[in-house]
Write a protein that binds this ligand. Sequence first.
Ligand SMILES: [Fe+2]
Ligand SMILES: [Fe+2]
Ligand SMILES: [Fe+2]
Length: 426
Amino acid sequence: MFRPQQKDFLLLDSIRAVQVIRRVLARIDTRLVSHGERVAFLAYSIIKDTPVEKEFDLHKLFILTTLHDVGAYKTEEIDNMVQFETETAFNHAVYGYLLLRHITPLAHAAEAILYHHTPYKELLKIDCDYKHYAQLIFLADRIDILHLSGKVPDLNAVIRSHAGNVFAPDLVELFISRNTDGAMTDMLDKERFMPLIREGFNKLKLTRSEILRYLYLIVFVIDFRSIYTTTHTVQTTGISAAIGRCLYLPEQQLFELTTGAFLHDLGKVSIPLSILEKPGTLTDMEMAVMRKHVTVTEDILSGIVDDTIFKIATRHHEKLDGSGYPNGLRGTDMTLCERIVAVADIVSALMGKRSYKEIFEDEKINFILRKMRDTKQLDQLAVNTMLRYYDTIKTAVKTENARVQQLYDTIYSEYALLTGMPKKDS
Ligand SMILES: [Fe+2]
Ligand SMILES: [Fe+2]
Ligand SMILES: [Fe+2]
């Protein structure tokens, strides 16, 4: 199980963290977010105030339902998901399960995600402590999809016809008893269920380290899309923090720096893999798309994080001589923390293999940094600190990188094993 080395640096409370997660998932596909919330509403409404309710930890149920399709970042998977019956292997359930199990505090309960498309009859034969969660999520999920299709005149009858075979009979009966004349499913229209969802989110009292681990889930959903960026966010955050510490920044400023660095590339979620992984130079048009990741990061973070962190996260491609993007800012406009993340982002890219370049030798990295400092693109103090403590900083981030790389390899080999897919090269 992956536990971040640096603990509790993130300056985000649980409500804000949930907002960030929602916005990132919505960038993958808006259906992911609204479907998750409707499933949370349905699952909770089915069991609320019934004897079955005590079998569920509502906190867990709420997070599991909301995130149950987090593994479905591939569009083709989302399209499969909206069919009622399909032979597809539901790889997104496997991927979502692995992400939740290895990263979040809900490690054990993640089995509910693995089996959230497994019919009741099959699930009976499987040894799993979270069967009842899986069945409830499955039922709520299919109710939502059927209701959304608008093609089912008598939804209760269709659901009942699958009781005992596809769905758990007791849950089906609870649902039908509560959905007379569509009383429950009508709430799905025009987002009438949202107040209950908001209430649920507000009740989630997560600790700082839990919040951090859910945020890691989202960061890894993004970074693990490409074999070239698996450790980029963790590395950029680690380098930024190390430079900040070498400069004896006060703790509050260090936390702002690391939080900004940690959130800096969320917008990459919107960049197609064909561009992220293109071997060779990007065309002007592709570069324009690539640059949009900063604007997307701005959209994701706006109104959620404070101005200082917002700017640290979204100015990492600005250069002191005005040649950077998106705003062509000049040095005088940028704070030290913003300049540090700009340096850390470049160092991380130089240290890693990319589709267009191999890993650079330390000497070459040092040469490039000095050149960018001398041509007034990068901050002198930040670069000098990086160069002076180069070996120490590199060693400091190496351990965390190795752990993230290990996590990536584990998730992909387990994914290959569970789905029968050929193992992805790493
Ligand atoms: Fe699903
Ligand atoms: Fe970036
Ligand atoms: Fe970056």
